[in-house]
Design a binder for this molecule. Sequence first.
Ligand code: F6P
Length: 337
Amino acid sequence: MTNKISNLAILTSGGDAPGMNAAIRAVVLAAEHYQLSVMGISHGYNGLINQEIRPLTKQDVHNIIHQGGTILKSARCREMMTEQGVKQAASTLHKNNIDALVVIGGDGSFKGLLALQEHWQGQVIGLPGTIDNDLDGTDHTIGFATAVDTAIHAIDKIRDTADAFERVFIVELMGRHSGHITFNVGLACAAEQILSFENTPQGRAKAIATELAEEIKLAQKYDQSSYIICVAENLIEGGATALATSLQQDFGIDATACILGYIQRGGSPVAKDRIMASKMGVAAVEWLLAGKTNLMIGEQNQTMAEVPLLKAIAHQKTVANNLICTQSNIFSFAQEQ
Ligand code: F6P
């Protein structure tokens, strides 16, 4: 490790994800180990623009590895989409003599990092922090495993009541543009249907209900006692609620909508997220010391991988759907990569 840097800054940005605190902790402890100082920026890029910056030490990251959310707070920042906002953010970094910035977030957060480099010459490293798992170059993002587990536990409970009442449940899952959560949760819960961007044409609830109705009635005729449909948010106009309403009103099927929502973002991170986030946090400091910049740290086959920031946000990663034959899905599937 050769590079002469002494001051790091770190922020969390975009949708918070379980494991962000583990990553912050690892960056701070690794930095202290290598005798670097760390400044924490609160409220994502908003805090960078508004100079919400304070030193972070070992004491600040004690007892946080198991906590969901982020001790630095997070936000989405419209001002980073303007030249003036980016210049203000760069000016905070200049004023505080920051040599390198670590950002934990998703694709919007990495776009902010790329924009920042037009006005500031320090090193930048991104850590993939989003429950959506929609960043390329990493098998998983920080928070994804916890979100999937949380949803599975919830749907297992829904299955009990669905069985008892012989009901159809439509469960809506997070992931604004991608179906990683929906597919993996649907698979693990043995959902009868998985409806996501990758396998279902986006559209109106009635059109989708029309496709489903016969299949559901057939299953009910053969005494299947419960029927669970996992659906990705933003796929259907009006979401799970509109689909349940159409099934009831247009086809006489007793269907109930359940939107899992923000419980998927919270909670104590599972082991996988804690461990991966910790490895990534240490790698961030070591890579900066080695002079690396403009990269996201990914995990590929349990090894830390260098991913150019631009590549990380290309949205090429497809959901693994080769196990989908275990569902009774009605829609056709994209080929797995
Ligand atoms: O990116 C994470 C995520 O939870 C998505 O799954 C969801 O669509 C979005 O954030 C919700 O964003 P917000 O917190 O701004 O409502």
